[in-house]
Design a binder for this molecule. Structure first.
Ligand SMILES: [Zn+2]
Length: 225
């Protein structure tokens, strides 16, 4: 088994709010939701993404839903004393998690993130682009995640992408998902980001491909067997 990751900030003037996790049996991408001017939190989205990342790794022995539930609970506790967690714009992340245990791959997607599983015969693409729910201060939101499992023997390769990277396929149509996996197998996930950045640069005014952010933080974790 081999795991590769690539991540690049969308702008040179601000740190990326994406996080990539590569644990012993758990892979994840977190994408901090761009903060509103007022969030009720004195820490910020980057801090929240870091705390949630650490907690998810701590609970990696649990299945993804249980791990994220515990992680959200713990991360909330870390700032419940100082921050207003009832604030509607409290920091949160879109998240995708893949965990491999007992010959089963389990996935979870909450918010605008994507998991692609190449299952030899069929390609499974799990993304939640329309839901506005993300992983923030409320444990109950985890119930809205998309989850499922695939027998490991059917899995050839897996990619987990933040929306800033998935747009290579679902906005720019540079390739379809199967071609994207082939590209990553041959050249690594950084090549997907490189090719996408070139297109974003050519369309720097977002005329051909209307989009809110010219370039967004882009992260890919790619795994093959
Ligand atoms: Zn806070």
């Amino acid at each position: 088994m081999r795991t590769q990751m690539a991540t690049e900030a969308g702008r040179t003037t601000a740190p990326s709010e994406d996080r990539a996790l590569v644990g012993p049996n758990l892979l994840a991408v977190l994408d901090g939701v761009t903060a509103k001017p007022e969030t009720g939190c004195e820490h910020g989205v980057g801090w929240f993404a870091d705390q949630l990342s650490a907690e998810i790794l701590r609970f990696a022995h649990l299945d993804p839903s249980a791990a994220l539930t515990e992680a959200v609970r713990q991360a909330a506790e870390l700032h419940s004393g100082t921050c207003d967690l009832e604030h509607p714009d409290s920091p949160s992340v879109a998240i995708a998690v893949v965990r491999i245990k007992d010959d089963v791959l389990r996935y979870l997607v909450l918010g605008d993130a994507t998991v692609v599983v190449d299952g030899q015969r069929e390609l499974l693409v799990v993304s939640d682009t329309r839901s506005r729910r993300t992983a923030g201060p409320r444990v109950a939101d985890v119930e809205h995640a998309l989850t499922g499992e695939v027998p490991l023997r059917d899995v050839r390769r897996v990619a987990i992408l933040s929306d800033g990277a998935a747009r290579a396929v679902d906005l720019f149509n540079l390739f379809d998902w199967r071609q994207a996996l082939e590209l990553m197998a041959a050249n690594g996930p950084d090549d997907l980001i490189r090719k996408m950045r070139a297109v974003e640069k050519e369309d720097a005014k977002a005329v051909e491909w209307p989009r809110e952010k010219i370039s967004d933080d882009a992260t890919v974790v790619y795994f093959d067997r």
